[in-house]
Design a protein around this ligand. Structure first.
Ligand code: SF4
Length: 396
């Protein structure tokens, strides 16, 4: 393969086919793509060894598997170094599992992802890719449930068996069955996450979410990890700092235990995630990314961005497993100072940040660009329909 990278896991893929140059459409570099391939290969090797050993998957092992898969989904990790560090962790866990097994299993090597990307049989390539990308998405939800204390041994086992199949299974009927099983297990993962979220934060209710940013220091939180939202709200409670959701964190307002318990969860900032580079430019506030949503940063706001959990971006301050958000809170007090009250309740006057949210029927954008994009979407839909027909024909 002559390409500098190969990635076709999301709807943004170049020409609706694959990103193959120095960087993907999402901004992921070829170096990061390579690191993520190595990580995925290590996870497949680890999962295979765990199955060979035959013992129940231990919670730290399951956490590592979900963390690794989650790291490789779109708009999560742009830093090849942190991806490589996670791969090291997987190797270490694999060595430990191997050393403690009795009788000793046969050693298992990492899987070379080039074998999948260059798989000559298009059916097998499609079916295995479908399973892998499904697992990556499921891992994100499973991870969120796990940090809230909800786990499911069958889901953990499925991650392992499906990962092993990507490397080993040649029987296309069995792979097609695995695709169906992946769909079924994805429902189970979503049910698990729903149980975790409602168990921790109550049943979601319809609420009105203000779009006005009030005077005073504030923090914007993006992504969809409600545990991170809760930790941030706890640590900002009583400090005169408001918190605004962004993008996929919007549903947090519906959960009573977040909305009612924390009145400083004030509203939502911004529109769709893909508008963030423009919208974050001139807000006087730090932005915390908790999961997938982060786009390549512009210098105008890069020094106000923080990451946590599996999110990583070169040069950005990362909040570790202890979820100590002090650096984010300190930044809110510095950058928001001129906009209102300080963290200790001091009133310095200031201004209200007005969001430029217009919802109307007028189109002021790039008509030619929209047309091009629409044609690309049509082509993608056509390709997808063709693939589906092909899969159904194969199933018959
Ligand atoms: S994740 Fe990034 S590199 Fe991969 S297909 Fe999507 S846009 Fe391209």
């Amino acid at each position: 393969m002559d390409e500098m990278m190969f990635c076709y896991q999301c709807e943004q893929a170049a020409n609706c086919t694959a990103c193959t140059g120095k960087a993907g459409v999402c901004g992921k570099s070829a170096e990061t793509a390579d690191a993520q391939d190595k990580l995925t290969g290590a996870l497949i090797g680890f999962a295979t060894l765990l199955l060979d050993i035959g013992r129940p998957i231990q919670p730290p092992q399951a956490l590592l598997l979900t963390e690794g898969l989650f790291t490789t989904i779109t708009n999560v990790d742009f830093d090849p170094q942190t991806v490589a560090q996670l791969t090291d962790k997987v190797w270490k866990a694999k060595q430990e599992a191997f050393a403690s097994a009795s009788p000793a299993p046969a050693p298992v090597s990492d899987y070379d992802m080039q074998k999948l990307w260059q798989e000559p049989d298009p059916d097998r390539k499609s079916l295995c890719s479908f399973v892998l990308f499904g697992l990556r998405g499921m891992a994100a939800y499973s991870y969120h449930a796990r940090v809230l204390g909800y786990t499911d041994g069958e889901i953990d086992l499925f991650f392992c068996t499906a990962l092993r199949a990507i490397a080993q299974e040649r029987d296309k009927d069995k792979l097609f069955q695995l695709v169906e099983d992946t769909g079924r297990m994805a429902y189970r993962v979503m049910a698990e996450l729903d149980k975790a979220n409602t168990g921790a934060f109550g049943d979601p209710e319809p609420v009105e979410v203000p779009l006005t940013i009030e005077k005073g220091p504030f923090i914007v939180i993006s992504g969809h990890d409600l545990y991170d939202a809760k930790c941030l709200l706890e640590q900002t409670e009583g400090k005169g700092i408001n918190v605004y959701t962004h993008s996929e964190m919007l549903p947090a307002h519906g959960y009573p235990e977040l909305k009612k318990r924390f009145p400083h969860l004030k509203g939502n900032f911004g529109t769709a995630w893909q508008n963030q580079q423009r919208e974050f430019e001139d807000i006087p506030a730090p932005v915390l990314f908790t999961t997938n949503c982060i786009m390549p940063l512009r210098p105008s706001y890069a020094d106000r961005v923080f990451t946590t959990s599996v999110v990583s971006y070169p040069g950005v301050t990362h909040i570790g497993e202890d979820r100590d958000f002090s650096p984010v809170i300190a930044k809110a007090n510095v950058v928001s100072k001129a906009t209102g009250r300080g963290a200790i309740g001091r009133t310095t006057g200031g201004r209200t940040v007005t969001q430029n949210v217009n919802i109307n029927n007028q189109f002021n954008g790039d008509r030619a660009g929209q047309q091009k994009s629409s044609e690309a979407m049509d082509k993608a839909a056509g390709d997808a329909t063709g693939e589906m027909a092909r899969a159904l024909a194969f199933a018959k």
